[in-house]
Design a protein around this ligand. Structure first.
Ligand code: UDP
Length: 337
């Protein structure tokens, strides 16, 4: 076994949330071992522990990595995660997310690693007429992305019953912001997420922002989402890991702020933070979008002791604005330090 003690296998550790989790894990004394195919991740973002390139489709490669590092737990972030794309290419989502996770769980069980922290999503819920979602809300996903994540939740439960897998499942939605130290950021190719796109419009990299639908049954007609700072999110993941290490067993936790912001409110806040005009145009609704997704996190606060620190949109947009935006800027910053 390489290194000692508390190796944690982080699938998707080269991605946005995964790389932030690796930084936090390293600070908490763990060794985050990134397993990533680099299909959507960035090798340069693997800075806080070893890197094992590989695809979840490759069971033999997974077995090799488990044997080499003997992780105490897995944090499973690797997934395809774009709602719109999941509607046009559902097969990719079922294959990568569901079959990939099946390989991962079977490899973990075979290696004797039974603790898994899993990134699920409020997209498993679908529309619930303005309700504050919580762990007991029925899951009725509107898109293949959400459906694939719900299937993984079921899979984890089955492996819990049959093989003693313990899973902390976090359902969260719109993760935003970036490492306040500016060491890493949020980069996707192509970029589809609201806040990074707004910031690209602010800097003139795009002419305008398309608002996907302004005829929803929400106060200003645009979709309402619960935004959570990536720093608060990864903090919850470390608490989830400790929960499993303490032998407290499988549990689902929703992570959000309980406050919803509409697309127009996010744009307004970004105008204030950046000082730039952000031209917008109205476009048709995007397939698979729910009108409103806001989740309560009482359970995470009460049971995990989670205390989110950066719950205001301004902090999230400010940290994203200061962070390297785009991998090219990240590379420039790295080479100048
Ligand atoms: N959105 C938008 N224009 C964009 C990107 C996103 O109007 O260019 C909207 C999208 O319809 C959704 C919200 O912003 O209501 C958040 O979308 P995002 O893709 O960031 O996250 P998702 O909610 O799909 O996880």
């Amino acid at each position: 076994m390489e290194r000692t003690g508390r190796n944690v296998l982080v699938t998707g550790g080269a991605g946005y949330i995964g790389s932030h989790a690796c930084k936090r894990l390293a600070a908490a004394g763990y060794v985050p071992v990134t397993f990533d195919s680099l299909v959507t991740g960035w090798e340069e973002a693997v800075r806080f522990g070893p890197f094992e390139p590989g695809d979840l489709a490759d069971r033999a490669r997974l077995d090799e990595v488990f044997a080499r590092w003997q992780p105490v737990a897995v944090m499973h972030f690797a997934a395809l995660s774009q709602v719109g794309e999941s509607m046009s290419q559902p097969g990719r989502y079922w294959r990568a997310n569901v079959l990939g996770t099946l390989n991962l769980i079977e490899a973990a069980v075979a290696a004797g690693c039974r603790d898994i922290v899993f990134s699920s999503t409020c997209a498993t819920y679908g529309d619930h007429d303005g309700l504050l979602l919580d762990e007991d809300t029925p899951q009725r996903p509107l898109n293949a992305y959400g459906a694939s994540k719900r299937a993984i939740e079921d899979m984890l439960r089955d492996f819990g019953a049959s093989h003693g897998v313990n899973a902390v499942i976090f359902r969260y939605f719109n993760v935003a912001g970036a490492d306040p130290d500016g060491e890493i950021g949020e980069w996707h190719r192509p970029e589809t997420h609201l806040i990074p796109i707004i910031l690209e419009v602010a800097t003139g990299q795009r002419p305008s922002l398309k608002i996907y639908g302004d005829d929803y049954a929400t106060p200003d007609g645009t979709c309402v989402r619960d935004y959570i700072h990536v720093g608060d999110l990864v903090e919850a993941h470390v608490l989830g890991l400790r929960w499993l290490e303490a032998g407290r067993g499988s549990r689902v936790f929703c992570l959000g702020s309980g406050h919803g912001f509409s697309v127009r409110e996010v744009i307004e806040e970004a105008r204030r933070v950046t000082g730039h005009a952000i031209p917008v145009e109205t476009a048709p609704r995007r397939a698979g979008d729910a009108a409103r997704l806001v989740c309560g996190s009482r359970r995470a606060v009460e049971e995990l002791g989670w205390q989110p620190q950066r719950t205001d949109l301004a902090s999230m947009i400010t940290d994203a604005w200061r962070s390297p935006r785009g991998v090219e800027e990240f590379r420039r910053r790295l080479s100048s330090t």
